[in-house]
Design a protein around this ligand. Sequence first.
Ligand code: SF4
Length: 391
Amino acid sequence: MMKTNPMTYLANMEQIESDVFEKVLSRVSSYDYTQYKDCDVKCALLKDTLNPDDFAALLSPAAKPYLEEMAQKSKALTHKHFGNSIQLFTPLYISNYCENNCIYCGFNCKNKIKRGKLSLEEINTELKTISETGLKEILILTGESRQKSDIQYIGEAIKLAKTYFSTIGIEIYPLNSEEYSYLNNCGADFVSVYQETYNLVKYESVHLSGPKRVFPYRFHAQERALMGHMYGVSFGALLGLDDFRKDAFATGMHAYFVQRKYPSAEISFSLPRIRPYINHEEKEINDVDEGALFQVMLAYRLFMPYASITISTREKAHFRDHTLGVCATKMSAGVVVGVGGHVAEIKGDEQFEISDPRSVAEIHSMILQKGLQPVYTNHITSKGLVGWGVW
Ligand code: SF4
């Protein structure tokens, strides 16, 4: 089969006026992290406000001996802007059908796994059960299939979620701005889209088919979501898929330029590392060690002090706990990455393996033991102030 050009939009994909794409790619193409020295890192650590070059230095190998200094500064900034708060949420996968062939993901359309999709009644039961744990924020996820999980289906799921939760995030296929606006009207508040890698050549080689292959449409998803009135957007690359330092730099620059263009947008980072999944050999995985991941998280905090940083259940419990209050401000709890699974058996296989299966109550008490404060909601909805709900 002839491969499509990843720079060519498909029919019905909205194209927006934006210079963010060129700005980010031009910065990344000239980023040579081997050029940074001790003095560049020390200089960045002395500043109150970092510029992109300082950020680049903190992501470089030259910053590795300075992790302790970076962590201390990061902790002070995290406390200044977020206090002791650690925001909790959980994901709910409502469908794992996918039209894309991403070679690193268990949901890819060529992978023979158990596929499933929750009915609205099943979604309601899952949501109700999750809400009984005390959580007030939920992230609704689907595989990327417009056919199996269309906008109306996702919209109905969001409306149901709004009856139990004060904050609704979505991690679904990228949409046009008017579709984001529709889901915002249904009750969605923020949008998570991972670019996976900002290296176009690599991107093309790992997205073999499906709409996701169109690189710039995915890149502009956060801007379209903000044009569709979402209050927040999340950025992330799948670290380990390509050169993680370059991808981490690109992600930071992407968030930075979007923040400058949309100053009131709430910006978040997620830092997934590539994980084993069903029918995949672990030895093929290009790993990024915990020290490297921690360095990236610290560099994000120092560069963008107001941005929320989520620590994934892909990571081990001890590492997740260690990042709290130092740089991470948000974490998932009571996580199931199959379709459904909070009430009955999962209806579709998992996307990847998780490393931290702790319940909401366990995470809650761990946060308190660290002298931090679990926070369940910090968002005012159309129904009124829900408040900084804490147990
Ligand atoms: S990464 Fe997303 S789009 Fe790609 S196969 Fe997995 S679920 Fe589908």
